[in-house]
Ligand binder design. Structure first.
Ligand code: FES
Ligand code: FES
Length: 154
């Protein structure tokens, strides 16, 4: 039995220690916003925050995640500047990639609160969006950064 805190709630999980966190979240806990695509840590669709850091949950085992605090998109407050900017810039198209990408953006802005455009480009280049929302997500990240830094507008 392993325990972890998911979106503020302590959860007990009975599964093999090497079960990927992705499957624990989706299959055991029913959090299907965490998406499966490549399964090998390449695309970013399965990204969650683990103790505040973006992690690709397909390559983290339950044993590694035990005792940590996990945040999925449901655990990000509605008023968070990333969520607000995503809505205002109408970033999603099909939406499949967006939870993981938004959480990667949250982690990025925590580490780099005042990013340049090229830092944003670099930070988001390793996430896959097959609908081509990259241009809008970069505008939204700039807007969220400005909001977090107390500037008006985008
Ligand atoms: S499904 Fe985890 S990085 Fe692609
Ligand atoms: S919005 Fe469709 S895959 Fe990104």
């Amino acid at each position: 039995m392993f325990s972890l805190t998911v979106n503020g709630e302590r959860r007990e999980v009975e599964a093999a220690p090497d079960t990927p966190l992705l499957w624990v979240l989706r299959d055991t806990l029913g959090i299907t916003s965490v998406k499966y695509t490549c399964g090998v840590g390449e695309c970013g669709m399965c990204t969650v925050l683990m103790n505040g850091n973006a992690q690709r949950s397909c390559v983290i085992t339950l044993e590694e995640a035990a005792g940590s605090t996990i945040t999925t998109i449901e655990g990000l407050p509605e008023e968070h500047p990333i969520k607000q900017a995503w809505i205002e810039q109408q970033v999603p198209q099909c939406g499949y990639c967006q939870p993981g990408i938004m959480l990667q953006a949250v982690d990025f802005l925590t580490r780099v609160p005042k990013p340049t455009e090229s830092q944003i480009d670099q930070a988001m280049d390793d996430v896959l969006c097959r609908c081509g929302s990259h241009a809008r997500m970069k505008v939204a990240i700039k807007q969220a950064a400005d909001t977090l830094n107390g500037k008006q507008g985008g």
